[in-house]
Design a protein around this ligand. Structure first.
Ligand SMILES: C[S@@+](CC[C@H](N)C(=O)[O-])C[C@H]1O[C@@H](n2cnc3c(N)ncnc32)[C@H](O)[C@@H]1O
Length: 271
């Protein structure tokens, strides 16, 4: 492949053409429009080497986002490493549901529990600059990435290392948002695709996937202002059980937010 050009570099056997495009864009630091407009552009030797090394790792299953170190979420670019979950499109529903509840101006305290890359906290902070956003995670490595993302987007966020609410004693928030680990520990999907490479701690929520959600619905009340809300993401088949947990926990106005296919992905309630 001496003197390889863009068009040839995109015809790679055994690799999804969308993945090849993403890897080539990141190698060259160009847009998709550039790749379309310049099929004859030659890669330098170093670019070719880097791209083909990524292609090999992609063939072995590594997620594109971990190779390029970046993933777009809510129209913002986020740094990602294997220390954090790769932000998912469905989590944008959590952000939208949160923004509906946060006034544009009034003083408002928001907690993003289990912040990972910080994508939820950063998106909220940028859309509601009047809100005071706190982001917590058990993983110090994840918090380092979240801090980098907040700095990159100039989002004012307080970061706290905490095992769920333990480091937040005495604090009260108007809104707690969370995308917790909610995959059941024997779910066969854990052995497939990107999930094989993501931190287990970010994915697995006990035997039935609901361990963290039970803990959060149980404990969040004590950290919410009167009239405050809890909102969290859950698995595609967990909606009914999550709403039931909120009702059992004494939350009012229990509601679900659905994805474009009409599937419940976010549950919430007020205290
Ligand atoms: C599903 S990821 C969500 C990351 C990010 N909020 C997102 O939506 O992309 C779950 C996060 O929960 C964190 N986590 C797991 N156990 C925790 C605990 N006991 N206390 C706090 N955070 C925890 C993991 O480190 C991981 O970052």
């Amino acid at each position: 492949m001496q003197g390889a050009r863009v068009a040839e570099m995109l015809r790679i056997p055994d690799v999804d053409p969308m993945d090849a495009r993403a890897l080539l864009r990141a190698t060259l630091g160009v847009s998709d429009a550039f790749l379309v407009a310049h099929p004859g552009q030659a890669l330098t030797g170093a670019q070719r080497e880097r791209y083909l090394a990524w292609i090999e790792r992609r063939r072995a299953g590594e997620p594109v986002a971990y190779l390029t170190g970046e993933r777009e979420f809510h129209s913002l670019a986020f740094k990602v490493t294997p220390a954090v979950l790769i932000p998912r499109p469905e989590t944008e529903i959590l952000v939208e549901a949160a923004l509906e509840r946060i006034p544009a101006q009034a003083p408002f305290r928001v907690l993003d529990l289990a912040t990972g890359s910080g994508c939820v906290a950063v998106a909220i902070a940028l859309h509601r600059p009047g809100a005071r956003v706190t982001a917590a995670d058990l993983s110090g490595d994840a918090l380092a990435i979240a801090r980098d993302n907040a700095t990159r987007h100039r989002a004012a966020i307080e970061f706290i290392e905490s095992d769920w609410f333990t480091a937040l004693s005495g604090r009260r928030f108007h809104l707690v948002v969370c995308n917790p680990p909610y995959v059941a520990e024997r779910d066969p999907h854990l052995a497939e695709g990107d999930l094989r490479f993501e931190p287990r701690r970010a994915l697995v929520g006990g035997a039935d996937g609901l361990y963290c959600i039970r803990l959060i619905t149980d404990q969040a009340r004590a950290y919410l202002e009167p009239g405050g809300s809890l909102l969290f993401e859950h698995g595609h088949d967990q909606g009914e059980r999550c709403r039931a947990l909120l009702v059992q926990g004494g939350y009012r106005n229990v509601a679900a937010h659905r994805d474009l296919a009409g599937i419940e992905r976010i549950a919430g309630g007020m205290v």
